[in-house]
Design a protein around this ligand. Structure first.
Ligand code: SAH
Length: 233
């Protein structure tokens, strides 16, 4: 899978996409991430990529021309399954959306900045708009990092068996159960007995019931969906 991220702040993406699981995925050839500096497609030699908004008001807007040029030059090289714009008014990002995108080959992620991007780019090029939550960020870079991370860890082979994404929260419609590691007793608090029992059937049942309880308490919305789905089967 290839992800091209178009940004005016490439440095913001240096850290999140060059370590840990994502770096491993890149090293193993499962994923390619390219950071495109929008200023390479600037309007003039001053590196201009933004301008005041029509109608007045605070905040700059990323201009059509540099964005169009950047996207066109990518599209000239290969076809893309999605052109995603990160935006607070987009569809809320979740595991289901990550699962779906992890099946694509090539995607572009556009990071807005300042007041956002010219609406005409959204109309002309963008195929999907994604929000990572009901709050406003300074730019789309952190959102792009979150989207990329949650997709790439799902690509077959990226996580080893022992780290399987299938046992993470949301994958089976439930939050994850609590986890423990050594020591078996810490400040008088003992690890639940069943986890030390070696009885995998009992452990599985315990994890399931903890996951259900946790989901019921913390996310009744998710639990109701899960409950309805399991009743339906
Ligand atoms: N004026 C816009 C916010 C601009 S914030 C509004 O009120 O909707 C600047 C940029 O940060 C946006 O263009 C977008 O790319 C990114 N951004 C901000 N909040 C985001 C969120 N919750 N999810 C995804 N991207 C976000």
């Amino acid at each position: 899978m290839r992800i091209d991220i178009i940004t005016v702040q490439p440095a913001l993406l240096d850290g999140p996409l060059n370590h840990s699981m994502i770096q491993r995925a890149k090293d193993k050839g499962f994923a390619e991430i390219h950071i495109i500096n929008l200023r390479d497609y600037a309007l003039n030699r001053y590196g201009q990529v933004d301008d005041y908004q029509f109608g007045g008001g605070a905040g700059m807007v990323l201009m059509c021309e540099p964005l169009a040029k950047a996207i066109d030059s990518l599209k000239a090289e290969r076809s893309y399954d999605e052109v995603i714009y990160t935006s607070p008014d987009g569809e809320l990002w979740n595991q289901k959306a990550a699962n779906a995108l992890s099946l694509k080959n090539n995607i572009i992620i556009l990071c807005g900045h300042y007041k956002g991007i010219d609406e005409r780019i959204r109309n002309l090029y963008v195929t999907k708009e994604v929000s990572i939550g009901d709050y406003v960020l300074t730019g789309g870079e952190l959102a792009a990092a979150i989207i990329s991370d949650s997709i790439i860890r799902l690509l077959p082979g990226v996580l080893g068996n022992e780290e399987s994404a299938l046992t993470d929260s949301f994958q089976d419609g439930l939050l994850a159960p609590p986890v423990y590691t050594r020591p078996a007793e810490f400040r008088g608090m003992k690890v639940p007995e069943v986890l030390l029992s070696g009885n995998f059937k009992l452990i599985e049942e315990w994890r399931m019931s903890q996951a259900e309880q946790r989901t019921r308490e913390r996310r009744p919305d998710i639990y109701n969906q899960y409950y309805n789905d399991t009743q339906a089967h």
